[in-house]
Design a protein around this ligand. Structure first.
Ligand SMILES: [Zn+2]
Ligand SMILES: [Zn+2]
Length: 204
C-alpha cells in the first residue's frame, strides 16, 4: 500500500497515524519463499520533526512459516516488527539518517583537543546517499518497509521444539518420531545433499 506523506514532509500536518494491512503473503529471499500465514495491520505513525526531518515508527506482528533448523519441519514463527526510521529532506527526496547521536560522544572530550577546539563535524554525511527503496517520491510503500523489517529481524535459528533431535544423517528419518537404528558415527556421502540444506540455513 502506498501512503502519501507529502503533507507530513512539508509540515502541512504534524502527524498521521494509519493502520495499514500488510499486503505480503510470503517473504521472498535468497533462501527461498516463506509463507506469511497471519499478520496484524502495521500501526504506523508518521511525524514531522524539526529541521525538515520526519519519523516513521510503528509495530506489526506476523507469522511466517520457517523450516526447523534441524529437521526442516515447518514452524509457524511469530515475528514482531518494531519500525523506527528517521529521514531528512534532501532536495526532492528523503534519505535515512544514520544511527543515533550517541556515536559521536565517546572520547571526544578526552582526546586532548579541549572542549573549545574547532568542532568541525567529523560525521559529515556523504553526498551519494539515496532514497530508501520503500519510498517512491513522497509516497511510502508500506509493504517494502515491512519487507525490510522482516529481513532485519529474521531469526538466526528456528526450532520446532527446544530439544528437536533433527534428522538421521544416515537414512533421513526424523528422529523426533523415533530412533531409526542407524549407526550415525560414520559419515555417509549420500547425506551430503541434506547437509548442504542445513548449511544453507545456518548461513543466514
Ligand atoms: Zn525440528
Ligand atoms: Zn537412520
Amino acid at each position: 500500500m502506498l501512503i502519501d506523506i507529502s503533507d507530513i514532509v512539508f509540515g502541512g500536518r504534524t502527524e498521521m497515524t494509519e493502520a495499514v494491512p500488510i499486503g505480503l503473503t510470503s517473504f521472498e529471499s535468497r533462501l527461498g519463499s516463506f509463507p506469511i500465514t497471519r499478520s496484524t495491520p502495521a500501526e504506523l505513525r508518521i511525524t514531522h520533526l524539526l529541521d525538515q526531518r520526519i519519523r516513521i515508527s510503528g509495530t506489526a506482528e506476523l507469522t511466517v512459516t520457517i523450516p526447523c533448523s534441524r529437521c526442516l519441519a515447518e514452524v509457524p514463527t511469530e515475528l514482531r516488527l518494531v519500525i523506527d526510521r528517521t529521514l531528512r529532506t534532501e532536495g526532492d527526496f528523503l534519505i535515512e539518517e544514520e544511527g543515533s547521536a550517541g556515536e559521536m560522544t565517546g572520547d571526544w572530550d578526552g582526546a586532548g583537543a579541549g572542549p573549545d577546539a574547532d568542532a568541525s563535524d567529523p560525521a559529515k554525511e556523504q553526498e551519494a546517499e539515496e532514497s530508501p527503496d520503500y519510498l517512491d517520491g513522497w509516497k511510502l510503500d508500506t509493504d517494502r518497509l515491512v519487507y525490510g523489517e522482516i529481513l532485519t529481524g529474521w531469526p538466526m535459528k528456528v526450532l520446532c521444539r527446544e530439544d528437536c533431535r533433527g534428522i538421521c544423517r544416515e537414512c533421513g528419518a526424523n528422529l523426533n518420531e523415533g530412533e531409526c537404528g542407524c549407526d550415525r558415527n560414520a559419515p555417509d556421502p549420500r547425506m551430503a545433499a541434506i547437509q548442504d540444506i542445513f548449511n544453507k540455513f545456518k548461513e543466514v
